[in-house]
Structure formats: C-alpha cells, structure tokens
Design a protein around this ligand. Structure first.
Ligand SMILES: [Zn+2]
Length: 154
C-alpha cells in the first residue's frame, strides 16, 4: 500500500508523476504544473492519460495547445469536490480542505467498487438464468487474482 506521503493528494506528487511524459515539451495550458494543479496525475508515461486524484475521472487525448485542464475537468466531472474547493489557483490545500477531499475520494472509490460488484453479480445472475441443462459454470482464478467465469458444456 502506498504511504500517505506518496499520495496523489499532494500537488508535488502529482507534478512528479508527469516526469517523462509529453506534457512539459510544449509550454502550454497543459504543462505538468497546470495539469497537477487542476488535480490530475499521469497514469502512463507513454500516453496522455491522466486521472483526478479526488473524483477519479480519467481523461485522454489532450489538445496540448488549447485544452485548459480546469475546464476539461469541469466538463467531464462537474461534481468533483476538488473543483469546488480549488476554483482559485493557489497552491496547497488547507488541512480542512484536504480532509474533506480525502473523504470525498474514499466515497468515490467505494462507489466505483460497488458499481463493479453490482455488475459482476448481475452478469452472474444472467449467466445462471440462461444456463441449459447440459451447461455448467466454471470459475477460475488467475495469477493476478482475477476471477474468470465461463460457461462450459458438461
Ligand atoms: Zn476531479
């Protein structure tokens, strides 16, 4: 598990995540610093996929000369609490803001987890309901602890 000091809740960790990405090559509205200030960190060095540390929205295919990270953030995730707290461009959060956003972040993660689980359960139910008498469900767990569900003929 990552240490709290490595958390992307901190601006400097988000800025560091952009090392080696293309965001700094052009001085634009989408510099590493501006992206990080808008809540984003880089997901992969070889792409422009970024994620907001607070709401978890993922955005890709930036037009680096014209896109404004704050505007894109607002377009794609208007409910993000970080946007509401950080409408101003000042650098660090107060402790109270930090804690509020951590709470929001945990709730968002729980929500996503719950949606995934509900989908898995719904898929399972669909499978079971559509089984014919000569079929069975086989579940396997791979080396990454991913569960695979297959329908096999007996
Ligand atoms: Zn956000």
């Amino acid at each position: 598990m990552e240490s709290i000091l490595d958390s992307k809740s901190f601006l400097h960790n988000r800025i560091n995540s952009f090392k080696g990405t293309g965001f700094d090559k052009m001085r634009s509205k989408c510099s590493s610093k501006r992206m990080a200030e808008a809540g984003f960190y880089s997901m992969q060095a070889d792409s422009d996929l970024v994620k907001c540390f607070a709401c978890g929205v993922e955005i890709q295919n930036w037009s680096k000369s014209s896109d404004d990270p704050w505007l894109q953030h607002e377009k794609q995730s208007p409910e993000c609490l970080y946007l509401k707290v950080k409408k101003s461009y000042s650098n660090e959060l107060t402790v109270k803001e930090f804690i509020e956003i951590e709470k929001f972040r945990c709730l968002q993660m729980n929500d996503r987890y719950f949606q995934q689980k509900s989908k898995t359960i719904k898929d399972m139910l669909d499978l079971v309901q559509n089984l014919t008498s000569d079929q069975e469900i086989v579940t396997t767990i791979d080396e990454n602890n991913q569960v695979h569900i297959e329908v096999k003929t007996k």
